[in-house]
Design a protein around this ligand. Sequence first.
Ligand SMILES: Nc1ncnc2c1ncn2[C@@H]1O[C@H](COP(=O)(O)OP(=O)(O)OP(=O)(O)O)[C@@H](O)[C@H]1O
Ligand SMILES: Nc1nc2c(ncn2[C@@H]2O[C@H](COP(=O)(O)O)[C@@H](O)[C@H]2O)c(=O)[nH]1
Length: 298
Amino acid sequence: MADAKHPPEVDRVAASQKAIAARRARASLKRDLTMRVIAPQTVVARAIEDPTSAAGTLRITDFLTALPAIGEGKRDRILAQLEISPVKRLGGLGIRQRRALGVWLDGRFPQPGPRSGRSRLLVLAGPTAVGKGTVAAAVRENHPEILLSVSATTRPPRPGEVDGEHYYFVDDAAFDRMVERGELLEHATVHNKYRYGTPRMPIERALTQGRTVLLEIDLQGARQVRDAEPSATLIFLLPPSWDELVSRLVGRGTEDAEERSRRLRTAKGELAAQGEFDYHIVNDEVTRAAAEVAALAR
Ligand SMILES: Nc1ncnc2c1ncn2[C@@H]1O[C@H](COP(=O)(O)OP(=O)(O)OP(=O)(O)O)[C@@H](O)[C@H]1O
Ligand SMILES: Nc1nc2c(ncn2[C@@H]2O[C@H](COP(=O)(O)O)[C@@H](O)[C@H]2O)c(=O)[nH]1
């Protein structure tokens, strides 16, 4: 007979499904921390807001070892230094412990602060399939005053891509000539495969006319633009989660399995460099993310 100690079968199944869902949510959150899709400070804030959430029920030990470059030895030293018991969950930390953890996290994982001066040169970068192209297209549609740069590439066009609109599709010899003549503001071999570059002339013309320009380029290109134009505003687009990033890449269906894993390897390195960017925007919703990008235009 069902009683408190022996609940009905249907309740036991529901409880076990709930426990599995909670474990999955914590595993996904740990992946996001490891891949740097989410800032550790954000996870702590979520844990404080809702101690029953995936963040709140995450063990402090699991939280720390999910962070890049923290093994078990380092984890135990940090816990001793912060005077936090290893059995604690993030949502169960006391006020002093939260404060100590916050100070330690800010020192180790500094968060970008807003820039004081704004430039009319915006650079949008981020891992593969996060939605840079989609967000940039939404900016172009809703803000025709912003010039979206059209890059040159040696990659062949995908079905539906139009020369001069999505890219200037060129062969290697033509790309070499553009580089030799200094016609590119920046250029790079992306995902160790094809070359991409930003034509300099349309950008200089638009900036001279007082327009804002948006470049949608990779991390190497973003670094080159920063070197050439230190006032450029660098924006890093983040996915809502690592799992969602993988699912967008697979769902787009434009790369085979080998190319997808090459792109995900690059993505890991790009996420690790997000600290070099002035602003981070999460692309959970295209219209909102595009509005946030456009709001950074002068
Ligand atoms: N906010 C969003 N929610 C759901 N799906 C999205 C969102 N933004 C983009 N996508 C989808 O994700 C896929 C990848 O988007 P997109 O091609 O714009 O990425 P990308 O960052 O430009 O990729 P790459 O760097 O590989 O060129 C597309 O199928 C797109 O429709
Ligand atoms: N450095 C540059 N990177 C660029 C440029 N144009 C696009 N890109 C980046 O390449 C990858 C792959 O693009 P895909 O269209 O083949 O999926 C993506 O990260 C783009 O942002 C550029 O001019 N310079």
